[in-house]
Design a binder for this molecule. Structure first.
Ligand SMILES: NC(=O)c1ccc[n+]([C@@H]2O[C@H](COP(=O)([O-])OP(=O)(O)OC[C@H]3O[C@@H](n4cnc5c(N)ncnc54)[C@H](OP(=O)(O)O)[C@@H]3O)[C@@H](O)[C@H]2O)c1
Length: 315
């Protein structure tokens, strides 16, 4: 590296998730900020990253990436193909960690040229250090590699390794999308509070404290959620009336169906992104052997500017 500091990790994409991970990493490990590279084409994002963290933000992939032992993919899945192409020539030796939804390890391996791939499915509470990430590793990932991934992700919250890659679709359905379900119930509680004559702020405080308190109690207790529920449900009482109403409306069955729908959609998105990434892989392999040579039918491996990238669909 030009400044004589050896880079330790490179992020491709410097948005919300990358910023949460970089902030946690620097705070938890006391790592020198300049050992962290970020490839981020957006000028304002780069300026923010440099100011907020002191990391080295690059406008495009360059040869500095070749010295980085670990690459973290944190672009939107739709942007992966374009982001991977200019990196391919430099990153085959690295351990790769992806936090992108839906991009599978075979596509990541083909696009990066590395067999050492870990996929993580975080959730939005990672932004405040209270997330949970499901993790899957390919067989080439060593125990040391896993430890490095855990060190990087630990400040974002809890970590849960799964044995099969398809289990990440279930993790996506449970905890990846999960915060939205919790907000959905909180919204319903706030609505009901208003209908019963309470103010919106009062409803909000009651709902949030109830979720936080019930979750803390379930976490600390040896009893199952079902036992804890029964303990606040005396026959003929208020909770009983509410739960009977939920059962009459088959809410639990509907909610379980909703989780299955999310699981199916996660699998479908993986299939869609997998097809797109496979095309990238072919281009990536060609770019790796001749980084300065434009490949027929593909975008040239030149620095990407914000203006030249074109619109990236948002999730
Ligand atoms: N946010 C979450 O809580 C969460 C939870 C689970 C999983 N994830 C996953 O994390 C990933 C990132 O999400 P995010 O919320 O952090 O998105 P984000 O804030 O949009 O960050 C993505 C960043 O990548 C940049 N980028 C776009 N094209 C690029 C390229 N070719 N090379 C390098 N960087 C490029 C974007 O720049 P522009 O703004 O200029 O496009 C943006 O700054 C996604 O794949 C998502 O599925 C996020």
């Amino acid at each position: 590296m030009e400044n004589g500091i050896t880079p330790e990790v490179a992020f491709v994409g410097g948005g919300n998730m990358a910023s949460a991970l970089i902030g946690g990493l620097l705070k938890a490990t006391g790592r020198v900020p300049a050992t962290v590279l970020v490839v981020e084409p957006d000028d304002r994002q780069r300026a923010r990253l440099a100011l907020q963290f002191g990391v080295l933000a690059l406008p495009a992939a360059d040869a500095q990436l070749a010295a980085v032992p670990m690459v973290v993919w944190a672009v939107k899945p739709q942007a992966f193909a374009a982001a991977a192409r200019p990196c391919a020539a430099y990153v085959a030796q690295a351990l790769h960690l992806s936090v992108m939804a839906g991009i599978r390890t075979d596509a990541l391996a083909a696009a990066s040229g590395s067999a050492r791939i870990v996929r993580a499915m975080p959730n939005t509470p990672a932004l405040v250090g209270q997330g949970i990430s499901g993790l899957f590793a390919t067989p080439a990932v060593s125990a040391d590699d896993r430890a490095r991934v855990e060190q990087l992700l630990a400040p974002s919250g809890e970590l849960l390794w799964v044995e099969r890659e398809r289990d990440l679709d279930a993790v996506t359905a449970l905890s990846g999308s999960g915060p939205a379900y919790v907000y959905y119930f909180i919204e319903a509680m706030i609505q009901a509070a208003g209908e019963m004559g309470l103010g919106a702020e009062q409803g909000r405080r009651l709902a949030l404290a109830t979720f936080a308190g019930a979750t803390a109690l379930a976490r600390d207790s040896r009893d199952s959620p079902a036992v804890l529920r029964e303990r606040v449900t005396s026959k003929g009482g208020t909770t009983y009336a509410a739960l009977m109403s939920l059962d009459r409306d088959a809410v639990k069955a509907a909610f379980v169906r909703a989780l299955h729908a999310a699981n199916v959609r996660a699998r479908e998105l993986g299939d869609e992104f997998g097809a797109g990434a496979a095309a990238t892989a072919a281009v990536g392999q060609a770019a790796a052997s001749a980084p300065e040579t434009p490949v027929a039918g593909a975008a040239p491996a030149t620095p990407i500017t914000g203006a030249a990238r074109g619109p990236v669909p948002r999730r």
